[in-house]
Design a protein around this ligand. Structure first.
Ligand SMILES: [Zn+2]
Length: 295
């Protein structure tokens, strides 16, 4: 299963993306977190420190990525969004308040989306083309969100996990590679690999932290070999330096949410130095899927 690739010679460019949110707001809908651990002030400090660290990290490796920001982050700590844009990364949208879409009405989602897009564009001074749903929450019951994304002016979505194995997200049987949806929107799905007729996720986050590094490299290579880019994603708290510890979590939760968080940046280097990475919008443009005047 050895994977030896020189990233300069690799033909396919993958997307490196970051879902920018704090640890607590990321997990509030997944498990109970006592109010005393919920602090906007601490969360903003955590995001600011961690995003700065990622920006330095990517700068050292000369890699540009796509940062899916919450609109509320642009409102509360605009300097973080501005700095990310100034470093040449793509600014994309991760909703305004990080609420799962299938729990919202169409109207609530539309209002949240408009607010997030406008705030991100005002603060960054750049057009926002891409969207990722909190917890990949565009599922069979919330496919209507794709039409609202198009209506509000997004060019691509990166919310669909083409898998059936997760309890919260995933749509089985959908196209697992970049494709144009019937309404004209481009879908850049999260990365999966097929085994025994089923698709398994491997594109980042917990999968990246829990799987052996060599397995992730093997999967990326397998997808790139057939000419498709992977969509890789992480959260700022998975790289640190600030990884908030919520006490009294079950062993399962501790393992799932904290395993390999503290050596994430070393593991990530193994991926970023092996394969080629760039922004989502850059990859779509490279593949002639969108002609966008100015990136
Ligand atoms: Zn998120």
């Amino acid at each position: 299963m050895g994977v030896t690739i020189n990233r300069k010679n690799a033909k396919v460019r993958n997307c490196f993306s970051v879902d920018v949110e704090g640890f607590v707001e990321s997990n509030l809908q997944s498990f109970h977190i006592e109010d005393k651990y919920v602090s906007r002030l601490k969360e903003n400090y955590e995001i600011e420190k961690n995003v700065n660290s990622i920006l330095n990290y990517l700068d050292n490796l000369s890699i540009k990525g796509t940062f899916f920001f919450l609109g509320r982050i642009a409102r509360d700590i605009p300097n973080v969004v501005r700095e990310t844009a100034q470093c040449g990364h793509e600014i994309a949208c991760h909703s305004h308040k990080h609420l799962r879409i299938f729990g919202l009405t169409k109207e609530e989602f539309k209002n949240d989306l408009i607010c997030a897009k406008e705030t991100l564009e005002d603060v960054s001074g750049k057009s926002v083309y891409g969207f990722r749903a909190p917890d990949f929450s565009i599922t069979k019951s919330s496919m209507w969100a794709l039409d609202i994304l198009k209506e509000v002016g997004f060019l691509y979505d990166s919310s669909i996990y083409p898998t059936e194995i997760h309890d919260v997200y995933g749509i089985s049987g959908t196209t697992p590679f970049i494709h144009r949806l019937r309404n004209g929107l481009i879908e850049f799905p999260l990365s999966t690999i097929e085994f025994f007729g089923r698709r398994f996720p491997f594109g980042g986050g917990g999968y990246f932290r829990l799987f052996p590094l060599i397995l992730t490299k093997f999967f990326i290579n397998k997808v790139n070999k057939i000419g498709h880019p992977c969509m890789f994603y992480l959260h700022p708290y998975e790289l640190g330096p600030i990884i908030p510890k919520i006490p009294k979590l079950t062993h399962y939760r501790r393992f799932r949410h904290y395993h390999n968080c503290n050596n994430g940046s070393e593991r990530l280097k193994g991926i970023l130095q092996t394969f080629r990475f760039g922004t989502a919008i850059g990859i779509l443009k490279e593949r002639n899927l969108q002609i966008i005047p100015e990136l």
